[in-house]
Design a protein around this ligand. Structure first.
Ligand code: SAM
Length: 273
């Protein structure tokens, strides 16, 4: 089943439209939308998920960068008050604005078959709004989902795993083969749920430090910790922390990284990060 509208998929917008009704049904089952949910869809495209969502929920916000697709959605659903279309870049979108019309402080449920070319920066952008979000369900490159859920001592474990698990509990839901999309992506996909922690299990006193040390540690993942983080911590600091400086960054847990970050914040308060 090819998408019916005469839209030519645009590679630069990461357009791989879902066309498999079985997968769409599976997504709806795991997301389980409820009529009163405050749901927002990123990249509605031709409406493969938008349409079934609108048949269940009372109102849906969608964010679409491609103006042609946004106006097609307007033509199809503009007459109902159920859909609000934001013709915007999700990477720049201020999700707080969606809470304004939301008097009962109900949190957002975010969903999207994401454009794979921007999926990592988009998740980092969304993490900033985690306290407003109940859950997020995304179709992503399988390899990215494996990085989101990876634990220490795994070759997929890195900065994305640590920052995602800092904010959320990620759950791998199911694998999706290329045939489910038009055009077919070259890589396998997977559907993931990210549930923001309430409260954070390991709060960092200074997020920028945590982001910098995870970036530096995994930029040089074959180096020892003391080498990779020598700009931030001395050997005696590792002793104080009870962390072996000869270890490789990939064996450390999220809690170890937060502990190092909080130590730097406390002991080097004037350090430029
Ligand atoms: N949801 C549709 C589906 O499942 O068939 C389309 C998914 S397609 C993989 C990604 C969608 O995100 C496209 O509609 C694309 O135009 C849109 N998109 C790409 N970059 C975007 C951005 N920065 N902000 C918002 N939407 C974007």
């Amino acid at each position: 089943m090819k998408p019916k509208l005469s839209h030519k998929p645009r590679k630069r917008f990461g357009q791989n439209f879902l066309q498999d009704p079985f997968i769409i049904q599976k997504i709806l089952e795991v997301v389980a939308p409820q009529p009163a949910d405050k749901m927002v869809e990123i990249g509605p495209g031709l409406g493969a998920l938008t349409k079934p969502l609108l048949s269940t929920i009372d109102h849906l916000d969608v964010i679409e960068l491609d103006r042609d697709l946004a106006s097609q959605l307007q033509v199809t659903w503009g007459h109902t008050h159920k859909l609000t279309i934001h013709t915007a870049d999700a990477l720049q979108f201020d999700f707080k604005t969606l809470m304004k019309s939301n008097t009962n402080t109900q949190k957002l449920r975010v969903i999207g078959n994401l454009p794979y070319n921007i999926s990592t920066p988009l998740m980092f952008h969304l993490f900033k709004f985690c306290d407003l979000i109940e859950d997020m369900h995304f179709m992503l490159q399988k390899e990215v989902v494996e990085r989101l859920i990876a634990k220490p001592n795994n070759k997929q474990y890195g900065r994305l795993s640590i920052m995602a698990q800092y904010y959320c509990l990620p759950q791998y839901l199911f694998t999706v083969e290329g045939e489910a999309f038009h055009p077919m992506p070259k890589v396998q996909s997977a559907f993931v749920r990210l549930t923001p922690h309430q409260p954070l299990p390991f709060p960092a006193h200074n997020l920028k430090i945590l982001q910098t040390i995870t970036r530096d540690a995994f930029n040089q993942r074959r180096k020892t910790l003391s080498n990779a983080l020598k700009a931030h911590l001395k050997i005696e600091d590792f002793e104080q922390l009870g962390i072996n400086p000869k270890l490789r960054p990939e064996v450390l847990s999220l809690s170890d990284f937060v502990q190092m970050s909080n130590y730097i914040h406390q002991h080097y308060p004037n350090k430029e990060i």
